[in-house]
Ligand binder design. Structure first.
Ligand code: CA
Length: 231
């Protein structure tokens, strides 16, 4: 299982930075730019953890926090609050309002990720199992390394995310559109053909000389990670 993180932040540049770093660590990321959107997204995506900015337009972070706590399925979701430097009183109020941790801006993504991992380990120990395996293929999420039959496989960031997604749902067939949504994000405009390009690169990287092709192309439907049928 890949932990899903909801980022609630109105500063677009920070969202981009966090999304990039969290996805690189193997998290699935969704985002909201204000409190209203955050509550909708949270209900829809059921995140495993929420990164919540304190200063938001329309509805404050603390109010979002309180409302999340009132939703039965989100009552115990870990929440990390982002505060500005020196707002000591805000931190206290944030923690009283139901947040689990806070981090002061500016912060390093590495530090935030460490906090996120710690909270997730506490909340859901099975979510943090960090190696995904299929046949002789393995992906170590902590080290960000992929191996096939013991040999290191080098993947670009998109191929890594693509394989990560497929590894989480082995055997399932995904259409190009589904893969675009899951791997590129629903707000990004990319042509469906782009998926074919990255699947081709992924195949080339994981299928060594004489090795079976672990990606199945399903005509008119899409792709699946699958054990090749004996042929
Ligand atoms: Ca803000």
């Amino acid at each position: 299982m890949t932990p899903r993180i909801l980022i609630v932040e109105d500063e677009a540049a920070l969202v981009t930075l966090l999304r990039y770093n969290l996805e690189r660590e193997g998290f699935e990321v969704s985002e909201a730019m204000d409190g209203e959107e955050a509550l909708l997204r949270a209900q829809e995506d059921k995140p495993d953890l929420v990164v919540l900015d304190w200063m938001l337009p329309l509805m404050s972070g603390i109010e979002v926090c309180r409302r999340l706590r009132r939703m039965p399925e989100l009552r115990s979701v870990p929440i990390v609050i982002l505060t500005a430097r020196g707002e000591e009183a805000d931190k206290v109020r944030g923690l009283e309002g139901g947040a689990d941790d806070y981090i002061t801006k500016p912060f390093s993504p590495v530090e935030l990720i460490a906090r996120i991992r710690a909270l997730l380990r506490r909340a859901q120990p099975d979510l943090t199992s960090e190696t995904l395996i299929f046949a002789d293929l393995s992906m170590d999420l902590a080290a960000h390394k992929v191996r096939r039959d013991g040999r290191a496989v080098h993947l670009g960031p998109t191929e890594f995310r693509l394989l990560h997604y497929l590894l989480r749902h082995p055997g399932r067939v995904f259409s190009r559109e589904q893969l675009l949504d899951a791997v590129w994000g629903r707000d990004v405009y990319v042509e469906a053909r782009t998926v074919d390009v990255h699947i081709r690169r992924l195949r080339k990287a994981i299928n060594g000389e004489g090795e079976a092709d672990l990606i199945r192309t399903v005509r008119a439907a899409g792709y699946a990670l699958d054990r090749p049928s004996a042929a």
